[in-house]
Ligand binder design. Structure first.
Ligand SMILES: Cc1ncc(COP(=O)(O)O)c(C=O)c1O
Length: 401
């Protein structure tokens, strides 16, 4: 991240930033935010609620009730405000959850978070305040076309040992765009239940909001499941608003941690969104604006990758089932993805080398870890297309062709 930051700060105007997780600017969504800010400024007490008051550490009570109602009405889940807490973004939600559940225990033992499938979200990797928190399982690789593949959970190697504190997966997954199938989720939930541990599902890109999910996959909740949501990918990353849905005892602990770490959460995002949650408009915006916007970007990016790579070298692209990334795999690449990253940076293209997404997995001799890169398609089409063309050129050069 620091390296990406330095490259951006270098002032190079020709940089193609395909490395970050920055969501796209969607004009129709920006118009909604502008309108909401104007409404807040005009409403009696609007500015106070959005900016001049500390909310309770669990979040604004009306916002918590609106979220509980939205999920109850939409999915019939038995939730009330005691099941909901707000955090300072999804990233903080994970810092709090992981360190609450795992790490060093009062009796000196250590507990881990099990990632049923890596590659997984890079932002989890260093969150343990007391060392690595993760154990990860190598996925099965299913090839479904000359350049298409998908990761699947390898249930035969998914051991829930006594030191496992929780299972966690992002759905859709950053970096791959993989969406765990309903069957995979049902199996993970059953495993978690039978071992009396939580299953954490990270919905940063998921349903029902922001809804950047292109497969028919059902949202899932059960009493031992913890769900996280975020307002970032619907277009409000600067408000730093995350939402945790879970058992009341977990939610109480998150509220206490919020109070200790930050006193209260930012109120602005909650107040911008409140009427859209209460009316259900957030679901329509996700369905009719955000999802089609990214689906089209995804289609264009995949086409650009096909055009750039063609059939000259061996390459694969993970099936794009959601989120905002292409995950490219170059089997047998003569250089590591880190070296490819360095060469691409020289040419003004920033991607993320794949190795960083395989944390918690202690089989360094698995070459696949060094053969993948993540490419964001949230930027404008020309930037993504040019970037992919340069990536293909560098991959061919690495092969000496
Ligand atoms: C899978 C996943 N989870 C969580 C986050 C954290 O996002 P935020 O803190 O902006 O809510 C991100 C950000 O990119 C993400 O990709």
């Amino acid at each position: 991240m620091e390296d990406l930051g330095h490259a951006l700060a270098s002032g190079r105007t020709d940089l193609k930033m395909l490395g970050g997780g920055q969501p796209a600017r969607i004009p129709a969504m920006n118009a909604v935010w502008s309108q909401r800010l104007a409404e807040l400024a005009a409403e009696a007490g609007g500015i106070e609620r959005a900016m001049t008051l500390y909310d309770p550490p669990r979040g604004n009570p009306r916002f918590l009730a609106a979220i509980a109602n939205l999920f109850r009405k939409t999915f019939g889940w038995d939730l009330d405000p005691q099941n909901i807490a707000v955090t300072t973004g999804g990233q903080t939600a994970f810092f709090l959850l992981f360190n609450l559940l795992a790490g060093r225990m009062p009796d000196g033992s250590r507990r881990k978070i099990l990632l049923p499938l890596v590659p997984e979200y890079i932002g989890y990797a260093d969150q343990g305040i007391d060392g690595c928190l993760f154990r990860a399982v190598r996925p099965l690789i299913e090839k479904s076309g000359p350049h298409d593949f998908k990761y699947r959970v390898d249930f035969d190697h998914l051991a829930i040992t006594p030191d496992i504190a929780a299972i966690c997966a992002s759905r859709p997954t950053n970096p791959t765009g993989n969406v765990l199938t309903d069957d995979e989720i049902a199996c993970l939930a059953a495993l978690a239940k039978s071992h009396d541990i939580p299953l954490i599902i990270d919905n940063a890109y998921g349903a029902p909001f922001p809804g950047i999910i292109f497969e028919a996959a059902s949202p899932f909740w059960a009493p031992q499941v913890i769900l996280t949501y975020s307002l970032s990918k619907i277009g409000l990353p600067g408000t730093r608003t995350g939402i945790v849905i879970g058992p009341p005892e977990i939610i109480r602990a998150i509220a206490s941690m919020n109070a200790i770490v930050g006193l209260a959460n930012p109120s602005t995002g909650q107040q911008i969104l409140l009427p859209l949650v209460e009316s259900g408009e957030i679901l329509r915006l996700s369905r009719e604006v955000v999802k089609p916007f990214y689906q089209e970007k995804c289609r264009l990016a995949r086409q650009a990758a096909m055009d750039a790579f063609g059939d000259g070298v061996e390459w694969f692209m993970h099936r794009s089932e959601g989120a905002l990334f292409l995950w490219l795999w170059f089997p047998g690449l003569p250089i590591t993805s880190l070296e490819l990253y360095q060469r691409l940076k020289q040419r003004g293209v920033l991607v993320v080398p794949g190795q960083y997404f395989f944390f918690g997995h202690d089989q360094p001799d698995w070459p696949h870890r060094d053969e993948c890169i993540r490419v964001s398609y949230a930027m404008d089409e020309a930037t993504v297309r040019d970037g992919l063309r340069i990536i293909a050129e560098e991959v061919r050069k690495a092969w000496g062709s």
